[in-house]
Design a protein around this ligand. Structure first.
Ligand SMILES: [Zn+2]
Length: 111
């Protein structure tokens, strides 16, 4: 079961629906949706973490420590887990204001 997420920034008005993390029970061996930041467009998007052939060098996943900080909430109690991946819930880098004030809110699951 994967997570359906909503991204929202506490500092600016940025928000984005339809973010996903994980995969469904039929494709989890080849697919793992992970939110990422496209550095050329500056956009928050979702890419398949396991599709290494089609990932471009400008994509950085939110599981990377460059895209979150642990000032108020330590990673050990503030994450969603998918296999060996940990997605921090709070203090993610906002693509709009570039502060670490974006949160991934769980809206549901898919499977
Ligand atoms: Zn923001």
């Amino acid at each position: 079961m994967g997570y359906k997420l909503f991204a929202v920034c506490e500092k600016c008005s940025f928000e984005k629906q339809n973010i996903s993390f994980g995969a469904n029970r039929f494709n989890y061996e080849s697919v793992c949706h992970v939110p990422c930041l496209e550095s050329t467009s500056g956009e928050l998007t979702v890419a398949n973490y396991l599709d290494v052939d089609n990932l471009n060098a400008h994509m950085k996943f939110y599981t990377h420590s460059d895209l979150y900080q642990t000032k108020l909430y330590a990673l050990k109690d503030d994450y969603l887990e998918w296999g060996r991946l940990h997605l921090k819930i709070h203090e993610n880098k906002c693509p709009a204001c570039h502060q670490f004030t974006m949160q991934f809110v769980v809206k549901g699951h898919f499977d």
